[in-house]
Design a protein around this ligand. Sequence first.
Ligand code: PLP
Length: 357
Amino acid sequence: MTSLSELPIRDDLRGREPYGAPQLDVPVRLNTNENPYPPSPRLVEALGRAVADVAGGLNRYPDRDAVELRKDLADYLGHGVTARQVWAANGSNEIIQQILQAFGGPGRSALGFEPSYSMHPIITRVSGTEWIDAYRDEDFGLEAERAVAAIEEHRPDIVFLTSPNNPTGTSLPLEAIEAVLAVAPGMVVVDEAYAEFRREGTPSALSLLPGHPRLIVTRTMSKAFAMAGTRVGYLAADPAVIDALLLVRLPYHLSAVTQAVARTAIAHQDELLGAVEALRAERDALVGWLRGEGFEVADSDANFVLFGRFPDRRAVWQGVLDRGVLIREVGPPEWLRVSVGTPEEMAAFRAALKESV
Ligand SMILES: *Cc1c(COP(=O)(O)O)cnc(C)c1O
């Protein structure tokens, strides 16, 4: 036995902490923004059949380029996106890693606007790329001038914009994204993991793809699609961007089982996305309830809500957990984040919170 500190690990990894949202076995889990509705028995059966169909060919490597899956994802995205513009990987985290491998690396930098998704800086640094913190506005929005100023100051090779943003729920107007595209010297990644939960009238950056070959829009099947366990994320971009990612991806990175399960899920998108409407309504009700209770609440276009403020948020988080409800201690110091669950789960959360503050 030895310890990590005694291993000849890379100097820049020394002292780092692994990503670690707690995975606790409690009755109500509202901490990682999953869709709370499991697949129906009918879909479970279809998924089983799809896996059985590929099982007989598992002695062979899978389709290396996941062509059929990319076609399905392109059709799902719409906006005129074609399979040549789509790339898929094991979660959008792997997509982000491949983007960093192709466009970042030693001597290069990536910039994001905090508070935002913690994996952007983690994956950036692990790829040997420098991470630069810029900041959102007081209300968690991002004024175009502020974004442009940060980019002009730092000239990053990659800019991350998360919309709707995690952990705040805030989405960006297209004007802000266009302003960033106009001045960014390198690639611009718009992380749209929560796109399906946007409120009416909130646009997607997909509409900016024509004419912007350095724009990458990332999506995932982990949230609205209710397939977090499948591990499929994807992106839409200019076909040349996919050519770049082909240089860094591991061969056969997406297993035949993953591809089959993802394609089956997409074929059943009506069922899987059927809960999105209900989750958005539940989210809006939650925002209203929290405000009614006197909390500060960030506007949300996602399936979670950031609320505060708590001088001792750890105590509130623990109080809620002691009542069987796991939420997330994340974001600015005095705030907590709760994912939107089923009506029963939200009732449990509301009761637990009231007893904990
Ligand atoms: C959850 C999340 C992801 C998704 O990660 P997967 O690897 O696809 O599960 C990506 N970006 C943001 C902002 C997220 O919150």
